[in-house]
Design a protein around this ligand. Structure first.
Ligand code: GTR
Length: 403
């Protein structure tokens, strides 16, 4: 394992040009990445038969030490108060069922191909700024939940379609898939609110070092949405739902995919620290920084790894391995050094032996690929594209080709 890491490190240095000035506190110099040894997810596992028990053990470990334990599923009630409408010049049908569970109301936006009557596969991902930002359409409902990055904490109709570039609904629908999204703040508002809001108001405040944080809460919400898609939406094939997310919602998608094996494909876009990037590299964002800036994201047990990443009994390759043998795609961006693209690649590479044990090829690569040259052909896909921390049409093209 150490040799693999060293080889991949050298390759990346050739791909990424000398690094720009960085805040002193954080390392952006590949040469200063400390030496480390990754815990082996397959320790003590001699055959594929032994994987389910080992997987359960690793899941419990990551749950207890990082994301926190979520409660059991709760019933989901559906309110269909908005009629379906058409979008994308008649190519798509929009539905907006409201889901009620655990004291919250989560409005879905489902954009599906109008011309297909059989159940279609779907991409499910939470959005950062409200459903109305995902597509510019006058009938998309505005959320009344607390809105991040707004002076008055409220969604505004001026933002219709503001994030449409991140969703590429036309390509998704054009390739025969549905897109399902919801505003993450309706499940749990993304600030350190003392657990007063979102589902915690009804389910109770997280208590103790292993109690769930916001990422586990959003992931649990994704499973409740999947309950609905699977049971109540004949237009969608519940056995072919991919979960995906960008950045903090990429971390969320990975944990949702680990916690709920009904997700058929898991996609992480620029998820970085606490997502696909190896924590031990301490490149860009660190465990201490993320726990300090976002104290509500992880469980309190994760705090003890601040400045002590080598003590983690797992690393993020272990999280990725929990997706096996289902398909997994990890996407990085060249200028997104805060998320450590090389650390994301290495986590994908080091999750591969688990796929191998289960009779599948994981990531068919030995070293970091060049930018805009996706690694495909295995159960794990990876790309690093040019550009910044974002979700682009290029990323979607890769996800759709991989799906
Ligand atoms: C950053 C955070 C990252 C990433 C990002 C985002 O501030 O440090 O871990 O989650 O936010 O979600 O946009």
């Amino acid at each position: 394992m150490t040799r693999t890491l060293a080889a991949a490190t050298l390759t990346l240095m050739a791909v990424i040009p000398p690094l720009l000035a960085a805040p002193d506190e954080f390392n952006y110099d590949e040469a200063k990445v400390p030496e480390f040894t990754l815990p082996d997810p397959l320790e003590g596992v001699g055959s594929a038969d032994a994987w389910p028990a080992r997987r359960a053990e690793l899941f419990s470990l990551i749950e207890a030490e990082m994301f926190g334990e979520a409660p059991a599923a709760v019933p989901v009630e559906v309110v269909r108060d908005i009629p379906d409408t058409e979008a994308l010049g008649g190519k798509a049908t929009l539905s907006q069922p409201k889901l009620r569970f655990a004291g919250v109301e989560v409005r879905l936006l489902i954009i599906r191909p109008a011309a297909i009557s059989s159940p279609v596969p779907a991409f499910l991902g939470l959005n950062f700024a409200g459903n109305h930002t995902v597509i510019d359409h006058p009938d998309v409902a505005l959320t009344t939940a607390w809105m991040r990055n707004k002076d008055d904490d409220k969604a505004s109709a001026d933002d219709r379609g503001k994030s449409a570039g991140r969703w590429d609904a036309a390509s998704i629908v054009g390739r025969g898939y549905a897109l399902v999204t919801a505003y993450y703040g309706e499940i749990d508002p993304d600030f350190d609110d003392g657990w007063e809001n979102g589902v915690h108001a009804e389910l109770g405040k997280p208590d103790g070092p292993g109690a769930w944080g916001s990422i586990a809460t959003w992931a649990w919400g994704l499973s409740r949405i999947l309950d609905h898609l699977d049971e109540d939406v004949p237009a969608i094939d519940g056995r072919r739902v991919a979960v995906l997310g960008h950045s903090r919602l990429g971390k969320t998608a990975l944990w949702a995919g680990a916690a709920d094996e009904r997700f058929a494909l898991v996609i992480s876009n620029n998820s970085g620290c606490g997502g696909a990037a190896l924590s031990r590299r301490r490149y860009g964002e660190t465990v201490k920084r993320i726990n300090t800036a976002f104290p509500h994201w992880f469980c309190d047990g994760f705090l003890k790894y601040n400045d002590d990443e080598d003590a983690l009994p797992f690393d993020q390759h272990t999280l990725l391995a929990l997706v096996a043998p289902r398909p997994l795609y990890v996407a990085s961006a060249e200028d997104d050094r805060w998320a450590d693209p090389h650390g994301e690649f290495l986590a994908a590479l080091n999750a591969s032996p688990v796929y191998g044990l289960l009779g599948q090829e994981g990531l068919p690569a030995e070293s970091m690929p060049a930018v805009n040259e996706p690694v495909t052909g295995g159960r794990i896909g990876y790309h690093i594209r040019t550009g910044k921390h974002d979700v682009t049409a290029y990323d979607w093209g890769c996800f759709l080709d991989f799906a």
